[in-house]
Design a protein around this ligand. Structure first.
Ligand code: TYD
Length: 135
C-alpha cells in the first residue's frame, strides 16, 4: 500500500432547511464492508491518537464534529489530511502508519473499520513497521 491509495471520499449530503443529512454505506461509499465502528472524543488539547499501523484493517475516518489532522505514512513519505466536515472522510488501506492530532475542542472522530477488534493486527513499533514495508 502506498500513500496514493489514501484518499478523501465525499459522502452524499442532503441539504434541508431542517438540517443536513449524510450517509455512509459500506461497499457503496467506501471500499470495504463495515464490521466495526468506534469513535474518539473528549481529546485533551495537544494529544496524539493512533500512532500505529494495521496488517489487515482498512479504515475510513470522518470528523463528525470539529476538526483534526490525520497523518499517514508509508515508511518513505508522510501526508497530512485535515478533516473538518461531516460529509467526507479519509480512506486508509492496511499497512500504513497513521496518527491523529490537532484535535479541536469538541472534535468527534468516527472510525469505521473492515475488521473486528484484534490487538494482534496492530503494528505499534515504527521501526518494525518500516521493516515490514521493506520485506
Ligand atoms: P487504540 O487503538 O490504541 O487507540 P488509538 O489508536 O486511538 O490511540 O485503543 C485504545 C484502547 O481501546 C485500547 O486499550 C484497545 C481498546 N479498543 C478496543 O477494545 N476495541 C476497539 O475496537 C478499539 C479501536 C480499541
Amino acid at each position: 500500500m502506498t500513500l496514493s491509495e489514501v484518499r478523501i471520499i465525499q459522502l452524499p449530503k442532503y441539504e434541508d432547511v431542517r438540517g443536513n443529512l449524510s450517509i455512509l454505506e459500506g461497499v457503496n461509499h467506501i471500499p470495504f464492508i463495515i464490521k466495526r465502528a468506534y469513535w474518539i472524543y473528549d481529546v485533551p488539547g495537544g494529544c496524539i491518537r493512533g500512532g500505529h499501523a494495521f496488517n489487515e484493517q482498512h479504515e475510513f475516518i470522518i470528523a463528525l464534529s470539529g476538526s483534526f489532522d490525520v497523518i499517514v505514512d508509508d515508511g518513505n513519505n508522510r501526508k497530512t489530511f485535515q478533516l473538518n466536515r461531516s460529509y467526507y472522510g479519509l480512506y486508509i488501506p492496511a499497512k500504513l502508519w497513521r496518527e491523529m492530532n490537532n484535535f479541536s475542542t469538541n472534535a468527534l472522530a468516527l472510525v469505521t473499520s473492515s475488521t473486528l477488534y484484534d490487538s494482534k493486527d496492530y503494528i505499534v513499533d515504527y521501526a518494525k513497521f518500516t521493516n515490514t514495508r521493506r520485506r
